[in-house]
Design a protein around this ligand. Sequence first.
Ligand code: HEC
Ligand code: HEC
Ligand code: HEC
Ligand code: HEC
Length: 369
Amino acid sequence: MSMRDQSGGVMNHPSGSVPRRRRSRRIDLVVVAVCVLAQSAAVRASDPPHWSSTSITTDCTTPCHVTHQAAGGGLTTAAENTNLCQSCHNASGIASAMPVDDVHSAIPGVSGTSHAFAVDAVNVGLHTQLPIDNEMLLRIMSDMVVCSTCHDQHAAKDSFGGSSRVRPAQRTTNLGSTGALASGGTFTGADGVWYLVEIVQAGTANTARFHYSKDNGISWFPNLNAAGATPVALDSGVAVTFGSGSYAAGERWEFAATWPFLRAALDLPGGDGSAMCRDCHRTWDMDHVAVETGDGAPKSHPVGVVLGVNGRGYDRAAPLDGNGALQGSPGVDGNATNDLLFDGNGNIQCLTCHGVHFVDSNTLTEDGP
Ligand code: HEC
Ligand code: HEC
Ligand code: HEC
Ligand code: HEC
């Protein structure tokens, strides 16, 4: 993997209002058995977007798990964990906006745009070790770091941090509206959600009325008025905006708002073995004190501390951007993906300088899949 992308530090948000989930579909007994393997006691076995919406089907058997003669361990259809993820996360798969192919896996100093995967967890040259975090340790497969070592593909939770995303709205029912619906805002919900928006009263961007559902249309929140170019807040920081044109009753759009399915919390201030990057890389973990009392072994740049912490006065108050101007938010150089981001407490962390995926290591170009 290479130098930083847009991926930020720790962001813990208060939970928004999440209505009680309902069973989204009828499921037969065989499927229930597999779902229990996937995540017991959950009504829905997985968080969106890794779960069915009104337009895509991702459930206990389709397309990840099969009930008989599965090639992979853990009843997965693909022989290896990375292959399973890549079966959708490739240029033509249903997660084509987020492809993570083998060619992207970093070979340090040589190539790649993603943290290395399908590599031995213990790398003598880079001093990496098996993770202490038990959930990550359980997903070291054949001694290797795989996607599921760092990701819990079933749970997209705010408590583990990372950058939340609100996906672009997709029209799923087309009844001839000429207006477009745009999703936006910053998602602060506790776990991933599919939002389904339906026009209930035809009209323009300013007169139409709509309602929305978070359980694929089983239950609906009260009707709201479209407000033209002004975003209409749904909940959890999510909003929708109506474009010029007309809106037909019954027309529907859907989008997921979610977290990056992390298995352990990203680096927290004073982070310990449970902080994701500093777990396998813990021998490199050091703060400003260790710089001066160092044991001579290789370490990373100091992390878990704020700028200027050693009182020597040589740190800037805020970093400069790629063009030499004081870094703004998003970047004053017009490129938000090269910004140096601190965690919620202003600390430098591994992800201040490093990104995880889709990182081109060139500050002059915008990163992206
Ligand atoms: C059945 C297809 C499918 C499989 C298999 C799959 N994904 Fe996904 N994944 C998706 C889709 C669809 C999205 C949403 C992509 C988008 O919005 O452009 C997604 C999004 C994600 C996200 C981003 C969530 C966010 O918004 O930040 C992560 C992380 C992720 N997947 C990890 C994995 C991992 C790890 C695996 C393997 C264990 C995996 N996925 C397997 C379909 C799949
Ligand atoms: C060393 C840990 C690690 C491994 C291995 C890993 N990821 Fe990630 N991945 C992360 C982290 C951390 C984030 C969240 C970055 C953020 O939001 O700041 C992330 C984010 C993502 C995203 C959301 C897009 C993005 O750039 O934030 C996708 C999709 C994804 N991972 C898929 C995969 C797939 C597929 C694999 C295996 C081929 C994989 N990851 C392997 C740690 C890892
Ligand atoms: C599960 C263990 C594990 C975790 C968690 C982990 N790493 Fe790594 N990391 C490794 C291993 C193993 C390598 C060596 C990869 C190789 O052999 O090419 C590595 C390599 C790297 C490299 C060198 C380039 C590369 O990708 O090969 C960087 C930079 C890096 N990690 C940063 C991070 C950051 C930042 C995080 C937190 C998001 C993180 N690591 C989390 C195990 C881990
Ligand atoms: C202040 C910025 C900064 C911070 C913070 C930082 N790194 Fe780095 N890291 C870099 C740079 C720059 C390089 C590339 C240096 C090179 O290629 O010689 C790098 C390279 C690496 C490498 C590859 C080394 C190699 O020999 O190829 C690893 C592994 C790594 N960092 C892990 C981490 C981990 C883990 C953390 C958090 C504990 C971290 N870094 C924090 C800037 C940073």
